[in-house]
Write a protein that binds this ligand. Structure first.
Ligand code: TLP
Length: 346
């Protein structure tokens, strides 16, 4: 059988041998009693890597983002969020349905909300308005093609939020991709945010889990939110062990994923009918525009290449540990076969 080239997401990565070994050996305890030493170690390591006081291990990025919103806000508060942010677009409306907050979506170039945009939309004190309480950022920005916000951009927008008394949450699901792309320390990207979420289950290849980091008092509130959401686990050290390996050994290799994503985007941009904004391709995500995305995705699958259809005209491709140069070649070949059959069909 022809092996699949799975470019749908970096979430499809499976644990490395070192992770499986660490999982087998993991010392565990009941984490709801705070007694799992491996979870504790992962939380301490994550806090240290992000330059925060404390961190909390949660089953998913979606739950970690929601726990952050619950811990920063009260029902009826307004939050400023990028219009294509994961928290707004692809978390099943949890921020409103569960946390009861009102999103104020702001469409930003390359996903990077600016200080001027914050200034323009933040609510002035007025009994009629839902008070703006939180600013949510995303770095790298998934739907903007993995685009990166620089430390300077982040510092500026966070300062604008803080000037207006907002808290800032950073959805850094792929924060280490951003750090590697910039040649920066992740702490340069997290310093100005009050809380940060990142996933060990994406390009870092761990099977499960995300971490939420911030001040100790904030993490204590988030621990309660996690409990409420049913995300407090028991012998979670079994999966946390893989997260430790991810943080200790899997960050530097993300540069390879970035190199391949760039090569893929450049080669696809040459194919008639494929449009790519190469300026957004800074990390491991490539977003293409085509005339008929569902048809292209279906036909690629027939060539054993899996892509993620975002809407009628957009397709997302994500590079990761299981995508080598040969897989990039196969994906490009498949596009060469498929595009003449689908172009101009919308
Ligand atoms: N994104 C997934 C899917 O939801 C599409 C993916 O394949 O990219 N923030 C960002 C920026 C994310 O990209 C994701 C996952 C999350 C949060 C949520 O993380 P999980 O999947 O662990 O709930």
């Amino acid at each position: 059988m022809t092996p699949l080239v799975d470019l749908r997401s970096d979430t499809v990565t499976s644990p490395t041998e070192a992770m499986r070994e660490a999982m087998r050996r993991a010392e565990v305890g009941d984490d709801q009693y705070g007694e799992d030493p491996t979870v504790r170690r992962l939380e301490e390591l994550a806090a240290e890597r992000l330059g925060k006081e404390a961190a909390l291990f949660l089953p998913s990025g979606t739950m970690a983002n929601l726990a952050a919103v619950l811990s920063h806000t009260q029902r009826g508060d307004e939050i400023i969020v990028e219009a294509r942010a994961h928290t707004y677009l692809t978390e099943s409306g949890g921020m409103s349905a569960v946390a009861g907050v009102i999103p104020r979506p702001v469409l930003a170039e390359r996903g990077a909300i600016s200080a001027a945009q914050v200034e323009a939309v933040v609510r002035t004190p007025n009994v009629h308005f839902a008070p703006t309480r939180l600013l949510c950022l995303e770095n790298t920005h998934n739907r903007a093609g993995g685009a990166v916000m620089t430390p300077a951009q982040q510092a500026e927008v966070c300062a604008a939020g803080h000037r207006h008394g907002l808290r800032v949450h950073l959805d850094g699901a792929r924060i280490f991709n951003a750090a590697v792309a910039l040649g920066a320390d992740a702490r340069d990207l997290t310093r100005d945010a009050d809380s940060v979420m990142f996933c060990v289950s994406k390009g870092l290849s761990a099977p499960v889990g995300s971490l939420l980091a911030g001040e100790a008092a904030f993490i204590a509130r988030a621990r309660r939110a996690r409990q409420m959401l049913g995300g407090a686990m028991r012998q979670a050290g079994v999966v946390a062990a893989a997260g430790i390996v991810a943080l200790e050994t899997m960050i530097d290799r993300l540069a390879e994923d970035h190199r391949r994503a760039r090569a893929l985007a450049q080669r696809l941009a040459e194919i008639p009918g494929v449009r790519v904004d190469l300026t957004t391709v800074q990390t491991n995500i490539v977003i293409l525009e085509v005339d008929d995305a569902p048809a292209v995705v279906d036909r690629l699958a027939a060539h054993h290449v899996l892509a993620h259809g975002l809407d009628r005209t957009a397709i997302r491709l994500v590079t990761h540990r299981h995508i080598g140069d040969a897989e990039i070649d196969r994906a490009v070949d498949a596009f060469h076969h498929v595009m003449p059959l689908t172009a101009g069909k919308s």
